[in-house]
Design a protein around this ligand. Structure first.
Ligand code: PGA
Length: 256
């Protein structure tokens, strides 16, 4: 974390959260979080489509952002089962997670599709979180940088230089997601420093401004040392975000 980049802690509910659960969660989280002006970080929740409007309603005026977990790049068309950026902004949604490794693995999400989704989100007024990260085999084969270079370059390819700073990037090594095997702060810092340098290939200024989160088995117990790394500007938290108490503790860990 550096003073010029405000940390951003986002909870990713994945496949959790009926409308009733989502509403209750938001009410409880607001009891636990300090008021917006006293929070050490920006806070967001990435929730299923069906709970978005409930969360927007419950969190109105609180400063807590509501994000979807995917969207289609096109506005309309023959894409059964898809949701557009305009459908999300109509609900008052603030942002969208794009390219999560689970969507890459189970739903055929490609870098090619992300090339269009990231700028489409920005154009519609949604703040994107672009997820990148290597698998265990790629790390063992020494291909981490090659993989990150490909994902970052493709994902940001059609984003105009002056809008790069509006994208949040989440570095999530696949081997650390949902496994309890958090990356060491040094590994996370090294990879995130590399991702920042890749943004710097497009624009030195944007590299200094873009927020890069770490994701993968972040918990209240390990958040502090991860967030203390110079290039790490926040966290994308899966499993541990389902407990509002634990999530609020992770937000508190962003206090410098
Ligand atoms: P995890 O998931 O915190 O449960 O490892 C992180 C993510 O997938 O964003």
């Amino acid at each position: 974390m550096t003073p010029e980049r405000r940390p951003f802690i986002a909870g990713n509910w994945k496949l959790w959260g009926t409308r009733a659960q989502g509403g209750e969660y938001c009410d409880r989280l607001l009891e636990l979080l300090p008021d917006e002006g006293r929070r050490p970080a920006d806070v967001g929740l990435c929730v299923p489509f069906t709970a978005l409007d409930v969360c927007v309603e419950r969190l109105r005026g609180s400063g807590v952002k509501v994000l979807a977990q995917n969207m289609h790049a096109e506005d309309t068309g023959a894409f059964t089962g898809e949701v557009s950026a305009a459908m999300l902004t109509e609900l008052g949604v603030d942002g969208v997670v794009l390219g999560h490794s689970e969507r890459r693995q189970y739903n055929c999400e490609t870098d090619r599709a992300l090339q269009d989704k990231v700028p489409a989100a920005l154009e519609a007024g949604l703040s994107p979180i672009l997820c990148v990260g290597e698998s265990e085999e790629e790390r063992e084969r020494g291909e981490t940088q090659r993989k990150l270079r490909h994902q970052v370059q493709e994902g940001l390819d059609k984003v105009p230089v002056e809008r790069l700073r509006e994208v949040t990037i989440a570095y999530e090594p696949i081997w650390a997601i949902g496994t309890g095997r958090v990356a060491t702060p040094e590994i996370a810092q090294e990879a995130i420093g590399f991702v920042r340098a890749l943004v710097g290939d497009r624009s030195k200024e944007a590299a200094g401004e873009v927020r890069i989160q770490y994701g993968g088995s972040v918990k209240p117990e390990n958040a502090g040392e991860i967030l203390a790394q110079g290039d790490i500007d926040g966290a994308l938290v899966g499993g541990a975000s389902l407990d509002p108490e634990g999530f609020a503790r992770i937000v508190a860990a962003a206090e410098p």
